[in-house]
Design a protein around this ligand. Structure first.
Ligand code: GDP
Length: 481
C-alpha cells in the first residue's frame, strides 16, 4: 500500500543503506536524515563498494578541502605555469571546480556528473558559491566544506571560461597549445573544460582515453558544463570496470549520487514538508505531473493540455470524468483519494484539471485532488526564493508514486532520479498539436545526456555497449539502462 502518513512509517533506514554518513549534526540539516520518513524505501541498494568509496572520498575531502594546508599549497601554484616544477610539487590533492550555469535541473545534473568524475579520478569537488547554492543545499561532506572559498585565486576568471577561452581544453587543442599524444606537453596548473550543449568536436575530446591521461595530471580542473555526461564516462575504457563495481545496477547511478549529495536546506525542507503533509500525505496514491513548455513564446497551450489528458487517461494514471449530470456515482467518504501534484511555471494546466474533477465525477469513483505549489510564470534563476521553490517542487515530484514529465527537461530528470521513478515522458509537441502517441514510458530512471558525443573516439562504443541507449525523448541523446 502507499499509506503516506509520516507517523505510520518509522525510519528504519535513515542512512539509506549506508549511502549517508552518520557524522552530521541532525538539526543543521533536517532533510538529510528525515528524508527516509517521507520516501518509500528505495528498491535499489547502493553497492558496498560505492559506500566505501564515498567514505574514502569524505576523508580525502577533509584532507584537501578549504582551510587545509594542502588546499593552500594547491592554490599557490595557480598561475605559475612557466615554472615547470611547480605543478609537480602539488601534493596528493587535485581539484575540480564547479561553476553554476543554467537552471537548477541543469546544475544538479552537472554537480552529480562532476562528483562521479571526482570519485573516478581521486579529486575533490568544490562548488562556486557566488550564486545561491548554499541557500538550496546543505554541505554533503562531513567536517569540511564543498564551497569554493571566495578568495580562490581564479574567482575573477571563472566567468570567462567560455567556448573561446584560451584556457579551455578544446580551444587549447585547436590552437595546438596542448597535445595529448606527446609526453613532453607542459602540464598547466589549471584547465577549463567546456561541456555546454553547443560544444564542438575539440571540446568533446574530453571523452577520449588519451586525453584523459593528460587531463588527469592537471591539478585544477574548472568545469563549465550544463550536461549530464555520466553515460559517456562509461564509454571511456579506463573508467568502465571501476564504474561497474560502483554501480552494478547501471540505471541507479544518478539515483544514488543524488540521494547522497543533495539535501535541501532547512528552509527548503520546510517548504517540502509543509506541502507534503498538507496536500499529499493523506492520499492513497500520488501522481506527479511536470509541465515544462519549451516553445517560444511559452505558456498555456490547448495542445499541451490535450496531450496531458491523453497521456494520463490512456496510461490509466488519471480517470476520465463523467460529464452527464444524470450519471449516478457512488463516491463516499471512503472513496480512494488520489493527489495530483502539478509543477509548472504556469497556473492554467492544474487549474483546468482541478475544475474538471470538480465539475463531474470520476469514472472510477476516485476523488482527485489537484495541487500546484507555485506559479512563477518566468524562469528567474539565481533569485533565491524562486530557486528554493524550484528545488522544493523537484523534491516533491520525487516523493510521488508515479510521474509524468516533459521531454528533455532536466528539472524532470532530477525528480525521476531522486524518486527512483520511471516516468511517462510527454513527447515534444510538433506544429502546435499533441503528438500521437502523447507519451512513452521511460526504459530507465536515468537522466539523458542530451548532447552526447556520438562520433570520434566514442563512435564505435555507442552502438555496441548494451547498457547505453538513445534517449526516449532525444534520438541523439544517450542514457544508461
Ligand atoms: P530545464 O530547463 O527544464 O532543463 O530545467 P532547469 O531546472 O535547468 O531550468 C528551468 C528553470 O525554470 C528551473 O530551474 C526553475 O527556475 C524554472 N522552472 C521551470 N519549471 C518549473 C516548475 O515547474 N516549477 C518551478 N518552481 N520552477 C520551474
Amino acid at each position: 500500500t502507499t499509506n503516506g502518513s509520516k507517523d505510520s512509517r518509522k525510519s528504519k533506514d535513515k542512512l539509506l543503506g549506508g549511502l549517508l554518513t552518520a557524522d552530521f549534526d541532525e538539526d543543521s540539516c533536517l532533510s538529510r536524515y528525515e528524508s527516509s520518513l517521507y520516501r518509500k524505501p528505495s528498491p535499489y541498494k547502493p553497492s558496498r563498494y560505492l559506500v566505501s568509496k564515498l567514505r574514502s572520498y569524505e576523508m580525502l575531502h577533509k584532507r584537501c578541502g578549504p582551510g587545509t594546508e594542502a588546499y593552500k599549497k594547491a592554490t599557490e601554484i595557480l598561475g605559475h605555469d612557466d615554472e615547470n616544477h611547480s605543478t609537480k610539487s602539488v601534493g596528493e590533492c587535485r581539484y575540480i571546480v564547479w561553476i553554476a550555469v543554467y537552471g537548477l535541473g541543469n546544475r544538479i545534473l552537472t554537480l552529480a556528473s562532476l562528483f562521479l568524475y571526482a570519485l573516478l579520478t581521486d579529486r575533490i569537488m568544490l562548488v562556486d558559491q557566488r550564486t545561491d547554492i548554499s541557500d538550496l543545499f546543505c554541505e554533503p561532506f562531513p567536517g569540511t566544506s564543498w564551497l569554493l572559498p571566495l578568495d580562490f585565486p581564479l574567482t575573477d576568471q571563472l566567468d570567462s571560461f567560455n567556448k573561446e577561452s584560451p584556457r579551455c581544453y578544446g580551444t587549447m587543442l585547436k590552437n595546438h597549445a596542448i597535445n595529448s599524444t606527446t609526453t613532453e606537453s607542459i602540464i598547466p596548473s589549471y584547465l577549463c573544460l567546456y561541456l555546454i550543449h553547443d560544444y564542438d568536436d575539440y571540446d568533446k575530446m574530453f571523452f577520449c582515453e588519451s586525453d584523459q591521461i593528460l587531463i588527469r595530471q592537471v591539478p585544477w580542473l574548472v568545469f563549465n558544463s550544463n550536461l549530464y555526461f555520466i553515460p559517456s564516462l562509461w564509454l571511456i575504457p579506463s573508467f568502465q570496470s571501476e564504474l561497474s563495481k560502483l554501480f552494478p545496477q547501471k540505471e541507479t547511478v544518478f539515483h544514488h549520487l543524488a540521494r547522497y549529495l543533495f539535501h535541501p536546506t532547512n528552509q527548503v525542507w520546510g517548504m517540502i514538508t509543509r506541502s507534503y503533509n498538507g496536500y499529499l500525505s493523506r492520499a492513497d496514491e500520488r501522481l506527479g505531473i511536470q509541465v515544462r513548455v519549451f516553445s517560444k513564446p511559452a505558456g498555456y497551450f490547448q495542445h499541451v493540455m490535450d496531450q496531458i489528458l491523453a497521456c494520463t487517461q490512456r496510461e490509466k494514471l488519471l480517470p476520465e470524468v463523467f460529464v452527464l449530470e444524470t450519471q449516478v456515482t457512488n463516491t463516499s467518504r471512503s472513496s480512494k483519494l488520489k493527489a495530483v501534484l502539478v509543477t509548472s511555471l504556469y497556473p492554467e494546466y492544474s487549474e483546468i484539471l482541478r475544475q474538471m474533477y470538480w465539475k463531474g465525477p470520476s469514472s472510477t469513483g476516485e476523488i482527485i485532488q489537484i495541487y500546484q505549489p507555485s506559479q512563477e510564470i518566468y524562469q528567474q534563476t539565481d533569485n533565491k526564493l524562486h530557486d528554493q521553490k524550484a528545488l522544493a517542487e523537484i523534491y516533491l515530484l520525487s516523493l510521488t508514486d508515479y510521474i509524468v514529465t516533459s521531454d528533455s527537461s532536466t528539472f524532470g530528470y532530477v525528480a525521476q532520479g531522486l524518486g527512483g521513478l520511471k516516468p511517462w515522458i510527454l513527447y515534444k509537441p510538433k506544429n502546435h498539436t499533441a503528438p500521437e502517441p502523447p507519451c512513452v514510458r521511460a526504459v530507465s530512471m536515468e537522466p539523458c545526456f542530451l548532447r552526447a558525443p556520438l562520433y570520434g573516439c566514442q563512435a564505435k562504443k555507442v552502438n555496441i555497449t548494451p547498457f547505453v541507449m538513445y534517449c526516449e525523448d532525444r534520438i541523439t541523446g544517450l542514457k544508461l539502462v
